[in-house]
Design a protein around this ligand. Structure first.
Ligand code: F6R
Length: 594
């Protein structure tokens, strides 16, 4: 998803911009660009629809006046307008004085564009963001001053934005945000701005969150920061290591590495959380109010993790729990005493951030995220890190497993604290939990020996059906999601009992049906229904399965071990078909538009 950086540096701005853009790569992008002042008083605008290497090569080839210290940069994930150099940011106005990078969506762009075109503005791109450049151009004629012109232009916009504007005439950089995150930080020689602390965390210890609606000029940042210190949020980056992009470490892709890291990541998470589960202290440490109901909010994989957590809360605590698809949250009716658990690995998903403004009552928002510096972590009343470490592959793997474990650990602790679960039952669950790293490692090894042949057999299948019952259903959902993301093939999941109510019509000779075995024995009858119609069942779970991972069917989080072969199956088929499994088409790691 789009990422912004800006920098005012004593040395060349590219020294910060290019590495910062590289650190934003993990969010997914389809074009990248920078605009940098030159020492002859102009601005060089370099853009590419290839990877950041191509942009770096363009900077090295730059034969114009030496590049200066003020610059803005952007990784774009196309929403309005296709992937082309013309649509890549930075975008510009008619005179090419204004250079702009933008995250977010301008909802009234169509109307503004028509008005601007009627008054003579010429657009170079199909991107909604370009209207901001032309509005600033117009306002400059009246206001004269770029800061005032930006402020006036922004007052005409509807939607969401984080922007950085570089004025070629003065070399000044102006930044602002509205419902889209933007952070400021300083090094000894530079003022840095980024939409994600990962971009600049290597160079700074602390950062400041730009307040919604602020319009700041970078040279004024120190002064502005002091004058509004009471109203701004400061954060610590937690040191370089926590935000660094790791290498492949000998793996061919990040997804393979991250699947293999799951047992270690879970062991690390449990080392941190397990002691606070059985005595309720993990929950009490968050100082959240007691609750009668749970609402889990999320999207995609995070919502699947939330489904596992909701199942545990219902089955073990008898607490009503519901799932809210974040993008559909605005018409929800929230009952009193509802705890809202918002789950997001990035903590920046716009749908989730918007949802929690409508479906969380004051004081009841608990965030579960893999990014302690994220907007969700900062805005929640309390948050828990799922501590999966950096996940670069766009398709979530280890963050899913860690969300499940962190969420279940927290909810068991909460059920103890509110007297819905006995300490002895909880202690038993903690023991079971502590066996998970080993069980996940075994599942990885077991899957490695059978998944390649299964992938080979089914890689030409046009579509797949995933089925499960009870606690297995979220894993079937997650397996189908992984398959769609990585192979671009149809994959749907159903609670197996639903097959006979319609989807059974899809089963023909050779249709692959992946069955996730859980505790519910009725799945055997559903498998038989498929086989008798010619479907090919690939079962995952118990010892007699096609992929025998020996899942613990009685665990309150269900057959978690099954997710490992499902991730591997999707990855292997994706690779067989020739796709980039780390960067699936059309997808982004951090989805910052609604
Ligand atoms: C799937 C995947 C997405 C995300 C979804 C929410 O592999 O990664 O479905 O789970 O976009 O993202 P977060 O968790 O960042 O809120």
């Amino acid at each position: 998803m789009c990422g912004i950086v800006a920098c005012l540096n004593e040395g060349p701005a590219t020294g910060y911009l290019l590495p910062a853009l590289r650190r934003l790569e993990y969010r997914g992008y389809d074009s990248v660009g920078i605009a940098v002042t030159t020492q002859d008083g102009a601005v060089a605008r370099l853009r590419s629809v290839e990877r950041i290497d191509a942009l770096e090569a363009a900077v090295l080839r730059w034969a114009g006046a030496p590049l200066g210290g003020a610059g803005i940069g952007h990784t774009r994930w196309a929403t309005h307008g296709g992937v082309s150099t013309a649509n890549a940011h930075p975008l510009s106005d008619c005179s090419h004085r204004i250079n702009l990078v933008h995250n977010g969506i301008i909802e009234n762009a169509g109307l503004l564009r028509r008005r601007l075109e009627r008054s003579g503005h010429r657009f170079e791109s199909a991107v909604d963001s370009e209207v901001i450049c032309h509005l600033i151009e117009d306002q400059l004629c009246d206001a004269g001053d770029p800061l005032l012109a930006v402020r006036r232009a922004l007052s005409l916009l509807e939607g969401s934005w984080a922007i950085a504007v570089l004025d070629a005439a003065s070399g000044r950089i102006i930044v602002s945000c509205h419902r889209s995150p933007l952070l400021l930080a300083h090094t000894a020689s530079a003022v840095l701005v980024a939409s994600d602390i990962a971009a600049v965390g290597e160079w700074v210890e602390r950062f400041r969150v730009v307040d919604d609606g602020d319009v700041l000029e970078l040279s004024d940042v120190e002064q502005h920061g002091q004058s509004t210190a009471g109203a701004t949020v400061f954060g610590k980056t937690g040191g370089v290591g926590s935000v660094e992009t790791p290498g492949l470490g000998g793996y061919v892709d990040y997804m393979a590495k991250e699947i293999d890291e799951q047992p270690t990541a879970v062991a690390r998470l449990l080392a941190e959380l397990a002691d606070g589960v059985a005595d309720g202290s993990l929950w009490r440490g968050l100082s959240m109010p007691a609750f009668e109901r749970l609402r889990v909010v999320g999207c995609g994989t995070s919502l699947n993790a939330g489904h596992v957590i909701a199942n545990l809360v219902r089955r073990f605590g008898g607490v009503p729990a519901c799932l809210t698809v974040a993008s559909e949250a605005n018409s929800e009716v929230v009952e009193p005493d509802t705890l809202c658990l918002a789950i997001s690995q990035s903590g920046e998903t716009a749908d989730v951030l918007r949802a929690v403004t409508t479906c969380a009552q004051p004081g009841t928002l608990l965030g579960l995220t893999n990014n302690s510096h994220s907007t969700l972590a900062r805005s929640a009343d309390a948050f828990l890190s799922c501590n999966a470490g950096p996940e670069i592959g766009v398709a979530a793997t280890k963050t899913f497993v860690c969300q499940v474990i962190a969420g279940c650990a927290l909810m068991i602790s909460a059920l103890i604290a509110v007297g819905r679960l006995s300490t002895s039952s909880a202690a038993g669950l903690v023991d079971t939990m502590e066996s998970l790293p080993q069980r996940l490692a075994k599942a990885t090894a077991a899957a490695a020996s059978v998944v390649p042949d299964i992938a080979e057999k089914y890689c030409t299948a046009p579509g797949f059906i995933y089925i499960a019952r009870g606690t297995g259903v979220p894993y079937a959902a997650e397996g189908a999601l992984k398959l769609k993301e990585l192979t671009y093939r149809w994959a749907e999941h159903y609670p197996a009992g639903e097959l006979k109510h319609g989807p059974l019509a899809l089963i023909g000779s050779g249709t692959p049906v992946v069955a996730v075995r859980g505790a519910d024995k009725k799945l055997a009858a559903n498998i038989a229904e498929v086989e008798v119609r010619g479907g090919h069942v690939v079962s995952v779970g118990t010892a007699e399965s096609t992929i025998p991972v020996q899942a613990d069917l009685a665990a309150p989080w269900g057959p978690l071990e099954c997710i490992v072969p499902l991730q591997m199956l999707a990855r292997t088929i994706g690779l067989t078909l020739g796709w980039d499994v780390d960067k699936p088409r059309n997808l982004a790691k951090s989805v910052t538009v609604e």
